[in-house]
Write a protein that binds this ligand. Structure first.
Ligand code: AMP
Length: 285
């Protein structure tokens, strides 16, 4: 039977016991409203670890003042079913006070990587992400933790934090799970109207156009980006924030592409912000 913990000290106590028995611990941090994307992370964790922890915490510090924190979907009952089905051992659903007790004042900033792309449009977002993930790592002390490539910049921020702070955890990046028409699964897709949902496929089609050009041998960053932009322009309602081809793992712009690189897109369809990316050339992330 899956067990739900809301208190830090209760979860810690049970995990300490597992640690002392030598059980490996897998960890999947989420904000809940689970879908098949999350589910694939859970399954991967269950494959590789004896004990697996899923956290569900809508983290206030990673939302900007005018973002969707208060309307973010909360579907705990359904989430627990999905977690149980995947074989998760423990679910951690802390309150805000558990994670950020009165007077909490310590934050982690991964400089550089946090200020570009999504970070430029969401100031403080990756500071909130790095802080909560570090805090959760300190509670769960996992051997391995699982993240989705869907949020590529987030993966890279976490990897950098783990490297810089020499945290004893292995970061696993799992492939993006998509709808049949290419839209990356996301808890925020439920905000889309039927009409917007149809239009949303433009992001995947744009990334594919870029990838096709790249695969044909074109290494001009500008031309590869232009291929994506010309597809995006066919849907006037999609308002891009950025369309960028960047190197991996540092997300630096290059004129002539060489080595690992990815195309990354973010933008608004109506009031819903969507992000996605496709690896053009893989590297060790
Ligand atoms: P979230 O609940 O949105 O914070 O996401 C929790 C984790 O699930 C993050 O590591 C995400 O990157 C990952 N994730 C979200 N959507 C997908 C997807 N479509 N495919 C794979 N992983 C995903």
């Amino acid at each position: 039977m899956i067990k739900v913990f809301t208190r830090v000290k209760d979860l810690r106590a049970v995990l300490e016991k597992h640690k002392s028995q030598g059980d490996s611990i897998g960890f999947v941090p989420t904000m809940g409203a689970l879908h098949e994307g999350h589910e694939s992370l859970l399954k991967e964790a269950v494959k590789e670890n004896k004990i697996n922890v899923l956290s569900i915490f809508v983290n206030p510090t990673q939302f900007g003042p005018n973002e969707d924190f208060s309307k973010y979907p909360r579907t705990l009952e359904e989430d627990l079913k999905i977690a149980a089905r995947a074989g998760i051992t423990y679910v951690f659903t802390p309150s805000e006070k558990d994670i950020y007790p009165e007077g909490y004042a310590s934050f982690i900033t991964v400089e550089g990587l946090s200020d570009i792309l999504c970070g430029a449009f969401r100031p403080g977002h990756f500071r909130g992400v790095a802080t909560v993930v570090h805090r959760l790592f300190q509670i769960v002390k996992p051997d391995r933790s699982y993240f989705g490539q869907k949020d590529l910049q987030q993966c890279l921020v976490i990897q950098k934090m783990v490297k810089d702070l020499d945290l004893p955890v292995e970061i696993k990046i799992c492939t993006t799970v998509r709808e049949a028409d290419g839209l990356a699964k996301s808890s925020r897709n439920r905000y889309l109207s039927a009409e917007e949902r149809e239009k949303s496929t433009v992001i995947f089609r744009a990334m594919k156009a870029a990838k096709n050009l790249y695969d044909s041998g074109n290494r001009s960053s500008a031309e590869v980006m232009a291929a994506a932009k010309s597809v995006l322009e066919t849907v006037a309602d999609f308002k891009p924030q950025y369309v960028e081809v960047r190197s991996l793992p540092n997300l630096v712009a290059q004129e002539n592409l060489k080595g690992g690189c990815a195309i990354l897109i973010a933008g608004y369809l109506g009031s819903t912000r969507l992000i996605d990316n496709l690896i053009l050339e893989s590297s060790i992330l």
